[in-house]
Design a protein around this ligand. Structure first.
Ligand SMILES: [Zn+2]
Ligand SMILES: [Zn+2]
Length: 354
C-alpha cells in the first residue's frame, strides 16, 4: 500500500432507506481489497437524475446503501498495481467502472464491460458504494480515475465522469460535424451538455427543445435556438432550419416514447437518432418511419471512460463549461434536503461538499 490509513475509522455517507427517505449515516471506512483499487477523499459530489430514480424506488437499492456516482476528490490510498494516479493527486472519476481486459473493453466499449459496475446503484449494478460520502473505494483506478487538470474547479470537473461525458458521447454518436444541424430533446443537465458539445463540435444549428422556459433560456445562452415543445412547433422549426429536410441528427435526452417518436420525426432522411435518455421498458416505435427515412438509431448509456480525455480537454479550455448548470451548493450533511429540492425540480445540478 502506498499509504496507511490516513483517515477516520468511520465516515459520513448519504444512504438510501426507503422510497422518499435518504439519511446521513456513519459507515466503516472503506479498505483496499485489490491491488488495482484506490481510495478517494471526496471533496465534491453531484446529485443526479438517476439518484432520483433510486429515491423514488424505481431502481431497487438495498436500505443502507450509499448513493452517488459523480465525484471529485483527493487520492488517499492506492493498491500496488495502480500507476495512473498517486496519493495526494486531485482526481475525478467516471460513474461506472470497467475491467480493461474483457472482449468489450478490448474493443473500447468500456460502457459494456462484462464486469462493469456503477457507483451507488446497489447490488444489481455491482455493489459499489456511492460517492455522496467522505471516502470512496474505486476499483480499476487506472481506468476509472483521472487527474484533474490544473485550475479546473471541482464543480466543473465532476461533470466529466457523467453528465458532460454523456452529452459528449451523444454528440459523437450523432456524428456531428462542422455545419451539422442537430436537435436536442430534453434540456436537463445531459441535454444542456449535449447542446454545448454539439456547438463545440461545430454544429451550425442546434434546436434545443423542452417545455421549461428557464431551461430554454440557458440553452439559448449556450448558443442553441430554443424551441418550446408545445407553444412552438418543433417539426416546423426543424424544417425551417434545414430547407425542409429535417435535422441531420436528433439527441433524445428524455427517455420517453413520445420523445423518441418526435426525434424520428425531426430527423432528415438518412439521419441519426441517438437515444441517450434511459429506456427500461418495452415501448412501441413506428418502424415504418425509421425504415422509410432510413434512420440510424443509436442507443445505450454513455461510454464515459472512452471520452474522458477529450471531455477534460474541452472543460480545461472552457469550450465546454457546465458551470451555469450548478444551481445549488450544499453540505453533505444537508443531502436529504438536497434530494427533496431536486425531487421538486427546483435544481439543475446540486453539488454536495462533505
Ligand atoms: Zn449522474
Ligand atoms: Zn471489461
Amino acid at each position: 500500500m502506498a499509504a496507511g490509513r490516513p483517515y477516520a475509522a468511520a465516515v459520513r455517507a448519504l444512504t438510501f432507506q426507503a422510497p422518499g427517505e435518504v439519511r446521513i449515516e456513519e459507515k466503516p471506512d472503506p479498505e483496499l481489497a485489490a491491488a488495482d483499487e484506490a481510495i478517494v477523499r471526496v471533496e465534491a459530489s453531484g446529485v443526479c437524475g438517476s439518484d432520483l430514480h433510486i429515491y423514488h424506488g424505481r431502481v431497487p437499492v438495498e436500505p443502507g446503501f450509499t448513493l452517488g456516482h459523480e465525484y471529485v476528490g483527493t487520492v488517499v490510498a492506492t493498491g500496488d498495481a495502480v500507476d495512473a494516479v498517486s496519493v495526494g493527486d486531485r482526481v475525478l472519476g467516471t460513474f461506472s467502472t470497467a475491467c480493461g481486459e474483457c472482449f468489450f473493453c478490448a474493443r473500447g466499449d468500456f460502457h459494456k464491460c462484462d464486469h462493469g459496475r456503477v457507483f451507488g446503484h446497489g447490488a444489481t449494478l455491482g455493489s459499489l458504494q456511492g460517492a455522496q460520502a467522505e471516502l470512496l473505494l474505486v476499483p480499476h483506478a487506472d481506468l476509472t480515475l483521472r487527474r484533474v487538470p490544473e485550475r479546473l474547479g471541482d464543480e466543473v470537473a465532476l461533470f466529466a465522469g457523467d453528465v458532460m461525458g454523456t452529452g459528449y458521447h451523444a454528440v459523437v454518436e450523432a456524428g456531428v460535424e462542422p455545419g451539422s444541424s442537430v436537435g436536442v430533446l430534453g434540456l436537463g443537465p445531459v441535454g444542456l451538455c449535449a447542446v454545448q458539445a454539439a456547438r463545440a463540435a461545430g454544429a451550425g444549428t442546434v434546436l434545443a427543445i423542452d417545455a421549461v422556459d428557464d431551461r430554454l433560456l440557458i440553452a439559448e445562452r449556450l448558443g442553441a435556438t430554443p424551441i418550446h415543445l408545445t407553444d412552438d412547433d418543433p417539426r416546423a422549426a426543424a424544417k425551417r432550419a434545414t430547407e425542409g429536410r429535417g435535422v441531420d441528427a436528433v439527441i433524445d435526452a428524455v427517455g420517453h416514447p413520445d420523445a423518441l417518436a418526435l426525434a424520428c420525426r425531426l430527423a432528415r432522411k438518412a439521419g441519426t437518432v441517438v437515444a441517450i435518455g434511459v429506456y427500461a421498458e418495452a415501448i412501441e416505435i413506428n418502424m415504418a418511419i425509421v425504415w422509410i427515412k432510413a434512420l440510424t438509431l443509436k442507443t445505450g448509456h454513455a461510454n464515459v471512460i472512452k471520452h474522458l480525455e477529450p471531455v477534460l480537454a474541452g472543460l480545461a479550455s472552457g469550450e465546454l463549461d457546465p458551470s451555469p448548470l450548478v444551481t445549488h451548493r450544499m453540505s453533505l450533511d444537508d443531502a436529504p434536503e438536497a434530494y427533496a429540492i431536486y425531487d421538486r425540480r427546483e435544481a439543475l445540478k446540486i453539488v454536495l461538499r462533505p
